[in-house]
Design a binder for this molecule. Sequence first.
Ligand SMILES: [Mg+2]
Length: 185
Amino acid sequence: MYDKLFTPFYPRVWVQSAYGLPYEKMADRGIRGLIFDVDNTLAFHNAPADKKARELFFHLHHLGFQTCLLSNNKEPRVRDFAREVDSDYVFKGGKPGVKGYQKSMEKMGTDPKHTVAVGDQLFTDIWGANRAGIYSVLVTPMNPKEEIQIVLKRMLERPILWAYSRSHAKEPFGAGRKQKGKVRE
Ligand SMILES: [Mg+2]
């Protein structure tokens, strides 16, 4: 019964980290554009892009992906991060509204069928991607210490993730089974 209520917030897949996704397989399957949330998806909240982030994007561009950062954060934050990883970006993206996703795809020259969106929050990143018809990937937030309003949102996410974990077992693109221990903390 939960499924109907929660489905809009269900990611297509749930993985540990944006840094461990099977990007080669995505490329093989025709994915051309990658949309990334920034805070707690690629780096700690307001932390600059580090070597790991720069290397990931270098690798992604080498694989032929277009990339776009889509964040609800302000321009300086998103612009500076984007500059470091050499990516397109959309700031104040209005997630979970669909416009930011459409703008991101316009910048990349892709469409929903050939785009994947990666983020750490159900009520912004995942809901928005689902509404835009884009394959949604949920990652576990990088920073366990979060501001109070995010902690509250995490509490609201919890029953949805619990229901999701009961009905979805597989990781994306044949990457293996989910670790169930992560789900029921
Ligand atoms: Mg985030």
